[in-house]
Design a protein around this ligand. Structure first.
Ligand SMILES: CC(C)(COP(=O)(O)OP(=O)(O)OC[C@H]1O[C@@H](n2cnc3c(N)ncnc32)[C@H](O)[C@@H]1OP(=O)(O)O)[C@@H](O)C(=O)NCCC(=O)NCCS
Length: 185
């Protein structure tokens, strides 16, 4: 735990009720909620690149990322296949990033992204990709991600934009460890 009461850590079994609730509140109204089994399958595929963020003792956000070939992405209606791909992709797909509504705008999303960027570099990934949904493209552009206009993601809503960033393009903004001010839970 850091001095500001914020901690990023691996996902544990006890976190799933909180993760599923955050995911549902964020995406159900967009028709993009996946449900527990699909979410768990993403984490099981790559537990070392999926995290929970605690504020005090409670989960206040999460990030799920797993290797996918460039321009590939999870099917929201299906769980990950049980067997891993024969060759491990060097592209890490940031599948989902959510911060609890009442704690947004305090640097917590940035804290999770910074943690992922450092982890991806340490594990030798060459690129991070994602699909921006819900008009979140400006959030990602500000952190060095560029859209691939030729890729039209299916199943992620009308505003979905495929974006990616080479590890070498990681901006100081995207890796810096920000201090956040959070209220007492
Ligand atoms: C996107 C999200 C994770 C950001 O978390 P956060 O803790 O609020 O992010 P930070 O506090 O680190 O950064 C806030 C900055 O991002 C900007 N931002 C946040 N959401 C944004 C959005 N949807 N579009 C554009 N900018 C956004 C804020 O305006 C703020 O900008 P500033 O630093 O210039 O003031 C959070 O808003 C969230 O959970 N959104 C719903 C889920 C979602 O859209 N996830 C991404 C899907 S691909």
């Amino acid at each position: 735990m850091s001095g500001d009461g914020v901690r990023v850590r691996p996902i544990a079994d006890a976190d799933w009720d909180a993760i599923v609730a955050m995911e549902s509140r964020t995406y159900a109204h967009l028709g993009l909620s996946e449900g527990r089994a699909a979410l768990r399958s993403r984490v099981d595929a790559s537990p070392h690149t999926c995290f929970v963020l605690d504020v005090g003792a409670r989960p206040a956000g999460y990030l799920l990322a797993l290797p996918y070939p460039p321009f590939g992405y999870p099917d929201l209606e299906r769980a990950e296949k049980a067997e891993p791909p024969s060759t491990a992709p060097r592209n890490l797909h940031l599948h989902d990033l959510v911060v609890l509504e009442r704690l947004r705008g305090r640097g917590l999303g940035q804290r999770l992204l910074g943690h992922l960027t450092v982890t991806a570099a340490a594990r030798g990934f060459e690129r991070i990709s994602l699909i921006a949904v819900g008009r979140s493209e400006p959030f990602w552009s500000a952190r060095g991600f560029s859209a691939s206009p030729g890729i039209v993601p299916t199943g992620y809503g009308a505003d979905a934009v495929y974006m990616s960033r080479a590890m070498s393009e990681a901006t100081a903004e995207s890796t810096k460890r920000v201090d956040v001010r959070v209220p007492c839970p």
